[in-house]
Ligand binder design. Sequence first.
Ligand SMILES: [Zn+2]
Length: 260
Amino acid sequence: MFLVAVTVLVNVVAITDARADEVPPAIAPNRGGIVLTFDDRNFDDWVKAIPLFDEFGVKATFFISGKIDGPAVEAIRKLKDHGHAIGSHSVHHLKAVEYCQEKSPEEFLRHEIQPQLKEFEAADAMPTSFAYPMSRNDAVTDETLLKVFRHLRTGKNVADGERVCDVDAFFVAANSISQHGCLYAKGIDYAPTRADRTYEQIDAALTRAAKRNEIIVLYAHRICDTKPAGGHFVTPEALTRVFSKAQELNLPFCTFDQLP
Ligand SMILES: [Zn+2]
C-alpha cells in the first residue's frame, strides 16, 4: 500500500514537473537562433498576438518600461503562461548614457532599475535582461547594468545600401553568446517597407544566422495592422513572414532568459 502511494506521488511530481517545464530548454550551445523582442507597454497588442506566436512555437522577450502595475502584471502572467520572457526597459524610459553622465551610474541603478526590479520580483517575473531605451548605451552603462543583468540589448543603425547580413555586429556565434553581455539588435518595425528591413534583407540575415550557427536579435514595439497614432509597429503579416522563413530554415526562436 505504501509503495503504491509512493509510486502515485512520484508520478504526480513527474507530471507537475513536465508542466512547469513547458518553456523549452535553453538553446543548444552551438545552434543559431532568433531572439525576438518587443518594447515598452504595448500589452494589448502583445497579448492579442499570443495565438500567432503559439501557431509557430515562437517564444519572445517583452521589455517593459514603467510601473509593474495591474495591467503590466496581467500581461506578464499571460505572456509567461505561453513561455515568453520578461525583461526590464527601465522606470522612466530615459537615455542611460546621458543619465549616467549628468548624475551617476549608481543613481541610474537606484532610480531607474531597482524600483522596477522590486515590482518584477513581487510579480514573480524577475528579469535576466535589460533593453536600453532609445538604444543609448556605452561602456560605462554596460558595465553598470551587467552587474544586475545577464544580457543587455541595444540597437544599431544600418547605413544606406548596407546589407544587414554583412553587419557582423548583429550576429554572435551561438557558442560564445555567454561572453557577449550586450547584444546589438536589428529593428523590424515597418517591415518590409524600409530598405534595411525588406523581406529580402530579413531573409538573408536569418539565412546567415542559420548557416553559421549565430544568434540574431530582432526588436519591434506594437503589433498591429496599420500605423497607430503613437508608436512604432510591426504587422502580424510581417511577423508571420519572418516566422515562416525561420521555420523553413529550421532556425529556432529563443528568449533572453534562455541565453546562457
Ligand atoms: Zn522603448
